[in-house]
Design a protein around this ligand. Structure first.
Ligand SMILES: Cc1cc2nc3c(=O)[nH]c(=O)nc-3n(C[C@H](O)[C@H](O)[C@H](O)COP(=O)(O)OP(=O)(O)OC[C@H]3O[C@@H](n4cnc5c(N)ncnc54)[C@H](O)[C@@H]3O)c2cc1C
Length: 384
């Protein structure tokens, strides 16, 4: 490990107990003390770290803010590479509506910079301290993905290093070689992202009587090209300030909704904070289910039978619940598999949920590793 000392400035090489402890967990609750933490600030420093890692076969774990909930940025006996030093925001292109953002920029900092330009990045994560690199690495799906898609669709190009320390700028379909692979196929350095005009959401809340009606309302609403189509069971509805009934919540990035301004923002914020609300109620393990339309109701019924809340992105075929224990989370994830669905994906698989990563994804990872990280130094144990 000492070889890495020479790759960064003295203060950016951390191997004291206190620092290692600070990097020994993320928001997943998993623990694992790294051997060393390095904080590169320039591409050349990062290149040298990766070249050395290959020579000495050191495990490299890229890390943003550590807000990930799948233990992707935690390691035992590895090198954590803290990417927050890559924090530039520049090259705003007004015509093309794009901007270049360092992987270590937090969503919060990006929003502040974009607000001055009257623009925004439409996929809003709940945790605004997450970095752009971390969000792209897990290809985060948010409520707004119904209209704007996932990170793949909003990234024009990526500057990154592969596992061997080779720098490249990936464009078009090649972006998919690193975005969504949770730091196993490359370390993201800078991203050119697509922007939209800043907006304040408007909302429609439609009370429904049962899941069939909810689906019918969702289908009707889809024609209006909304920002998001969300399902709320009575518990979730109450937490969003609505009556304790079943609802479909439609959000728009224009004036179509009947709740506007503060009223709309209030409901929308409460919806976005739902997983935090459940967490506060002790439901600290989140289970999300990506299911075929025909099986969404069965998942909702399983939640109801277990007296657990159920909400989610109806328009995207994703429902979510929260449970109290790891064991219960596992049981629910197995329920999702039994229904032919995929538990997770929305926030990555990391080390915590890799058992549920689809087989095709694991196969594809083997191929990408061959091409981009054949010494397997990047994030071993994540996804596969
Ligand atoms: C209270 C709370 C609420 C949350 N709500 C949501 C939510 O609503 N929706 C949602 O989808 N997620 C949510 N999350 C999860 C979290 O915000 C995301 O997973 C986020 O992507 C993590 O960003 P980060 O910078 O903290 O990355 P980290 O946690 O540091 O890392 C996440 C993964 O990305 C990799 N990575 C990080 N930076 C890079 C890089 N530069 N290059 C390559 N790989 C990299 C890491 O190796 C790791 O595998 C929530 C988390 C918390 C704590």
């Amino acid at each position: 490990m000492k070889v890495l000392r020479r790759t960064v400035l003295k203060d950016d090489y951390l191997d004291d107990e206190e620092s290692l402890l600070a990097y020994s967990y993320d928001a997943s609750g998993a623990e694992g003390k790294p051997t060393v933490v390095v904080k590169p600030r320039h591409a050349e420093q990062l290149r040298r770290i990766l070249v050395n890692a290959n020579q000495y076969r050191l495990a490299i774990v890229p890390r943003g803010s550590g807000t990930g909930v799948r233990a992707g940025a935690v390691c035992k006996e590895g090198v954590i590479v803290d990417m927050r030093g890559f924090d530039s925001i520049n090259n705003y292109d007004k015509q093309r509506k794009t901007i270049d953002v360092g992987a270590g920029v937090t969503y919060n900092k990006l929003c502040t910079a974009l607000a001055k330009l009257g623009m925004c990045f439409p996929l809003e994560p709940l945790n605004e301290n997450a970095t752009i690199g971390g969000l792209a690495a897990v290809n985060q799906v948010t409520e707004e993905s119904f209209k704007y898609g996932d990170w793949h669709e909003l990234i024009e190009q990526v500057e990154c290093f592969d596992g061997l320390g080779r720098f490249g700028t990936l464009k078009g379909d090649d972006v998919s070689k690193v975005v969504g692979w949770e730091g196993t196929t490359g370390v993201l350095v800078k991203l050119r992202i697509k922007l939209v005009k800043n907006f304040s959401p408007t909302i429609d809340t439609i009370q429904v009587d049962g899941f069939t009606e909810a689906m019918a309302e969702a289908t009707k609403a889809a024609a209006k090209k909304p920002l998001a189509i969300e399902y709320l069971d009575p518990f979730a509805a109450e937490a969003c300030g609505l009556s304790q009934e079943e609802y479909v919540l439609i959000a728009y990035d224009d004036d179509q909704g009947s709740y506007k301004r503060e009223a709309a923002v209030k409901v929308w914020r409460a919806r976005k904070r739902l997983n935090q609300t459940l967490w506060n109620d002790g439901l600290v393990y989140e289970v999300e289910a990506s299911l075929e339309e025909d099986h969404l109701e069965a998942f909702m019924k399983k939640c109801r039978a277990a007296q657990l809340p159920c909400y989610g992105h109806l328009g995207l075929g994703i429902l979510i619940t929260g449970v109290k224990t790891r064991h219960e989370a596992e049981r629910f994830r197995n329920n999702v598999v039994a229904l032919g669905g995929v538990p997770g994906g929305k926030r990555g698989y990391g080390r915590a949920a890799k058992a549920y990563a689809p087989a095709e994804m694991k196969k594809q990872l083997i191929r990408l590793k061959e091409e981009r990280d054949y010494n397997h130094v990047l994030n071993p144990g994540v996804i596969a």
